[in-house]
Design a protein around this ligand. Sequence first.
Ligand SMILES: CC(C)(COP(=O)(O)OP(=O)(O)OC[C@H]1O[C@@H](n2cnc3c(N)ncnc32)[C@H](O)[C@@H]1OP(=O)(O)O)[C@@H](O)C(=O)NCCC(=O)NCCS
Length: 147
Amino acid sequence: MLAGTAGPWHIAPVDPGAKEGEASQIPAIRVSMMPADTNAHGTIFGGRILSLIDQAGAIGAHRIGARRVVTVAMREVVFKEPVQVGDIVSCYADVLRTGRTSITVKVRVIAHHPTDVHHPIEVTDAEVVYVNVDDHNRPIPLEASPM
Ligand SMILES: CC(C)(COP(=O)(O)OP(=O)(O)OC[C@H]1O[C@@H](n2cnc3c(N)ncnc32)[C@H](O)[C@@H]1OP(=O)(O)O)[C@@H](O)C(=O)NCCC(=O)NCCS
């Protein structure tokens, strides 16, 4: 049995999120980039990163109690550095603000080579707005969202 596990199955605790005003230290998502994730030039396709941003932000939105969310807006995304096959991409999600039905999440994307954790590359960041919806995809107030 692995050290620190209570039994044959060990479920990691859910990231409770950062304290107010602080940035998350635990990524919402961490993924190894594969050849299938590349564009025509051999680096990672921007759309793949956008997909990860969207997923990570939704995880952040659920953390504050949203039950079912749809993405309504993704604010300017500037890719500062390319991501390579084999890189590990981490997406950190922090809720910036909430409205009546909406949640705005900042997602930071960092890449690193699997054997070099000391040189993280800041790939991009984005603000993503989600709307809390009912089973018919109609906006519902956050406090009305059944858990
Ligand atoms: C998201 C959606 C349910 C909102 O419907 P709507 O009729 O515009 O709802 P509302 O006008 O009541 O707005 C709901 C919330 O979204 C916010 N919102 C709407 N458009 C927005 C925009 N362009 N940018 C930021 N927030 C926006 C509103 O400010 C409101 O927030 P609040 O309640 O916290 O004040 C609807 O537009 C939709 O279904 N969009 C498609 C979602 C989707 O499929 N996403 C995946 C993309 S492929």
